[in-house]
Design a protein around this ligand. Structure first.
Ligand SMILES: Cc1cc2nc3c(=O)[nH]c(=O)nc-3n(C[C@H](O)[C@H](O)[C@H](O)COP(=O)(O)OP(=O)(O)OC[C@H]3O[C@@H](n4cnc5c(N)ncnc54)[C@H](O)[C@@H]3O)c2cc1C
Ligand code: SF4
Ligand code: SF4
Ligand code: SF4
Length: 400
């Protein structure tokens, strides 16, 4: 099968969307976890009937340009409900889209914690259940059987909203094989997904024997921009740390343990296969300061008529401004829209040490995210320096 050749060639050729597993009529594809904690399909050839479904459903084997929808409109948007916005990562747009679908008897799929605090895809059928999806979880989410469940509901004639990373949305679409009028897909601007193994080790370290009651990746009590990660424990103790001080988020933001496919992501771009793309409106202070009250502003990209329609239906619940003319600036402040995360060359060594188990995860992240002061000065200057000649001069001076 082609998917095997792909993965054998380079691990970065598999996103772990498991559309292949969902599509196999013989259930002969199992999932193998590698030493970095990421999932890869494994075919049992004794049972395989060579139907080709797995290859067909794989987003990495598909010619994406044939399926992309052009971006029609770009908006800055804020949910008028302050409580929902406070508990959402950006401007709280996801909740409104999801409510719209539930109000018409539909079902919503998204990423949530399970009882082991792993991140998995699940579904909600009423508004009370939506809180499980609210807020970004910076770990790869396990799709499980949710593509099959979404298909079952579409075949019953129900509206389905499916949210996830761009590769998960393309995986769903390939799995479904045909367009469904009642399907709305919502993807994210995606920096990349961290390793579930590192996450599990980190929560074990952080909880230190205490039972976890709640985890919030982005507590906005200081501000949207300066968010905190929060762990609440059943003994009423709490861990809260700013994003740039917490070790797990430091490792995530320095690309130390992202999935290999995230360093050369094919699902980037302004045009997408989804109906709607959601993101943080980073740079809003420079682009449209009136829409920044530091509580979170969403960037919304609409790609299809279905996307336009649902967005127009929530207009009375949002503050909104069309931003089509500012695309270049928007990308300047949020490069994840079009660019993959830069590979961190320390990744190999980090996982080698993590797997040999001599040092704990916190010590290792700290070790591998430390940059010496000279290097940091150099990196900052590199970003700003226009000419390589000037750069070399500065570097030599610093190192003297
Ligand atoms: C791993 C990851 C990386 C991201 N990187 C960027 C970035 O670089 N730049 C940027 O502008 N925005 C990024 N985002 C998107 C941003 O953080 C918000 O999720 C988005 O703006 C939606 O916010 P909201 O306020 O509308 O709703 P929220 O309630 O905050 O978002 C909930 C939505 O996120 C989905 N979700 C949460 N965690 C995951 C996950 N692990 N996998 C798949 N779906 C998930 C839920 O299913 C739901 O659809 C990222 C999100 C994730 C999960
Ligand atoms: S070819 Fe068909 S039967 Fe074989 S692994 Fe792929 S989907 Fe399963
Ligand atoms: S369908 Fe998804 S999980 Fe399967 S090989 Fe392709 S990218 Fe990997
Ligand atoms: S960066 Fe690309 S490959 Fe990685 S999770 Fe996001 S969409 Fe998928």
């Amino acid at each position: 099968m082609e998917i095997e050749k792909l993965i054998y060639k380079e691990k970065q050729n598999c996103t772990g969307c498991i559309a292949c597993v969902n599509s196999c009529p013989k259930k002969c594809i199992s999932i193998k976890t590698d030493r970095e904690g990421f999932w890869y399909p494994l075919i049992n050839h004794e049972i395989c009937i060579q139907c080709g479904n797995c290859d067909y459903s794989c987003p990495m084997l598909s010619d994406l340009d044939n399926f992309k929808n052009e971006c029609n409109d770009i908006y800055a948007a804020i949910n008028k409900d302050n409580n929902i916005r406070q508990s959402s990562s950006s401007g709280g747009m996801f909740q409104l889209l999801a409510e719209n679908i539930l109000d018409s008897g539909g079902i919503v799929f998204g990423a949530m914690f399970n009882d082991k605090w792993e991140v998995v895809h699940g579904y909600a059928e009423n508004i009370d259940q939506l809180c499980r999806f609210r807020g970004s979880k910076y770990v790869q989410s396990y799709i499980g059987e949710t593509y099959q469940l979404a298909e079952k509901n579409l075949k019953l004639g129900r509206k389905v909203l499916f949210s996830g990373t761009p590769c998960q949305i393309v995986g769903l679409k390939r799995y479904l094989r045909k367009e469904y009028e009642k399907l709305i897909t919502v993807d994210l601007v995606c920096h990349g997904v961290p390793s579930p193994l590192v996450w599990q080790k980190y929560i074990t370290f952080c909880s230190n024997g205490r039972k976890i009651y709640n985890i919030i990746f982005r507590n906005k009590k200081i501000s949207w921009e300066r968010y905190l990660i929060e762990f609440d424990f059943e003994n009423s103790s709490t861990y809260q740390m700013p994003f740039d001080k917490d070790l797990y988020l430091k490792g995530f933001l320095s690309n130390l343990y992202l999935r290999p496919s995230c360093y050369s992501c094919r699902f980037k771009g302004v045009d997408r296969e989804s109906d709607i793309t959601l993101a943080d409106f980073w740079g809003i202070d420079e682009i449209l300061p009136d829409m920044n009250d530091h509580k979170g502003t969403s960037l919304v990209l609409l790609h299809t008529k279905k996307g336009d329609k649902i967005f127009s239906e929530i207009q009375n619940k949002i503050r909104v401004k069309k931003m089509n003319l500012y695309l270049n600036k928007i990308i300047e402040y949020n490069s994840s829209i079009i660019e993959s995360a830069i590979y961190n060359p320390k990744k190999e060594k980090f996982f080698k040490e993590l797997n040999n188990g001599k040092l704990s995860v916190n010590i290792l992240i700290d070790k591998y995210t430390k940059t010496n002061i000279n290097k940091r000065i150099y990196q900052n200057m590199r970003r700003k320096a226009a000419s390589i000649k000037i750069l070399k001069k500065i570097y030599r001076k610093i190192l003297k």
